[in-house]
Design a protein around this ligand. Sequence first.
Ligand SMILES: CC(C)(COP(=O)(O)OP(=O)(O)OC[C@H]1O[C@@H](n2cnc3c(N)ncnc32)[C@H](O)[C@@H]1OP(=O)(O)O)[C@@H](O)C(=O)NCCC(=O)NCCS
Length: 173
Amino acid sequence: MNINIKKCTLEDLRKLQEISYETFNETFKHQNSPENMNAYLERAFNLKQLERELSNISSLFFFVYFNNEVAGYLKVNTNDAQSEKMGDESLEIERIYIWSKFQKHGLGKYLLNKAMEIAMKDNKRKIWLGVWEKNENAIAFYKKMGFVQTGAHSFYMGDEEQIDFIMIKTLKF
Ligand SMILES: CC(C)(COP(=O)(O)OP(=O)(O)OC[C@H]1O[C@@H](n2cnc3c(N)ncnc32)[C@H](O)[C@@H]1OP(=O)(O)O)[C@@H](O)C(=O)NCCC(=O)NCCS
């Protein structure tokens, strides 16, 4: 078993679009209407949008490789790139997605540890994320990794308002 990680650059734009689109689709298509899914996928993962995000110096994307195949990706935000005003001492995990066929091999934990490493190097006090209240698999994973729920916020999937739990892991007291 061979796990590697690579920071994404603009050269990875198309590969990033494919994995973002496909992993989001396979995760959520069974619990959402095709109309809402398509609206979200088109808005969130069009090339212009992803290019803007890749160019933001306060966001970082990483691919994780399992035996030299791209198996998932991570997006972390700091400062103003965070999707909520959580302050300069926080780091957001905005996206962490492993292709279903590579799940449960330790890759999610590997990416989460990468996010922790970045946060600690940057003297952040906490890591936070938003997770859909119906995403039981991810919530169980985050709890296992030491996150606790502290609140909730709204998230729009197409025209449907959904609730995301806010979960936090404190790194320093
Ligand atoms: C959530 C996700 C990132 C977890 O990644 P993963 O590679 O499957 O998880 P790992 O194999 O690294 O698991 C790490 C630990 O969490 C535990 N874990 C993982 N999923 C779990 C679950 N559903 N319930 C309980 N524990 C779980 C594992 O048993 C493991 O425990 P260990 O350290 O004691 O061995 C992955 O399932 C995924 O990409 N899901 C679809 C996309 C998604 O929902 N992303 C989050 C959006 S907010």
